[in-house]
Design a binder for this molecule. Sequence first.
Ligand SMILES: [Ca+2]
Ligand SMILES: [Ca+2]
Length: 265
Amino acid sequence: MILTLPLRLKIGFLFILIASCSPDNSQEKESFAIEVIPSAITIPVDKQIDITIASETDMNGIIFSYDNFATEFEYYSNYGTSKTINFYFDTVGSKTIYFKATKEGNISSEVKTVTINVVSDQAVKLTGLQLISFTNVNGSWDPEFPATNPNHLADVVFGLRKNTLNNPFSTGYSYKYWFSSTVKTNQGDLTWDLTNENLYFDPTKTLQIGFDDQDNLPASQPLITDSFGYRTIGLNNYMVTKPSEITFSYPEVDLEFKIQLEWPN
Ligand SMILES: [Ca+2]
Ligand SMILES: [Ca+2]
């Protein structure tokens, strides 16, 4: 008789424990396991990397995210038990990618993460830029102000685009946003110190550069006044001499600018 009460309590406790766990257990049963295998965990900037997502079950969706699924990218197709996709990183640093897969019945897999260390390696560092001349420099780009008011001068910003992978499920490349500078109000000194921006790029590849007069955001006017509105620059002619400064001139649009570089050892 002395044992009866504690025994009942124990049974009761066990029952409650099982009951409260059972919804979680059934969710775990529905989820499934995946493996995420990168072809390397340290890669140079501007190099493509392959990542394979594998499962024992056929996958019909792959979902990945760079911010733990606050924003995510979803692709649906019959991927079978293994799918290799491509990633491309245009900045240096540690990159964590979160992966999930789905299978028939709209069932999500567990989350797997992979962290890739993107290093500068043989990349060149863009450390500065000076805009020497552009169309109508010292002239009026903001005609709402009279020529006697310095506000009529251009408020200059420049932007750079890198040729990067369109998306992990494709092999195509196109130029995409990489960096935009601070604004030099009313021309300012037209000189940007970029030492702390970590602007590393593969010197065998090209960049697109554009300069704008920035009006009230988001409006802006290209300072390169032809139909392109940008120029493509490359370092192929400088790979041997490795100069720390290069001047690019485009007389057809009155454009001249100088970049400062740090070459790898
Ligand atoms: Ca303007
Ligand atoms: Ca202005």
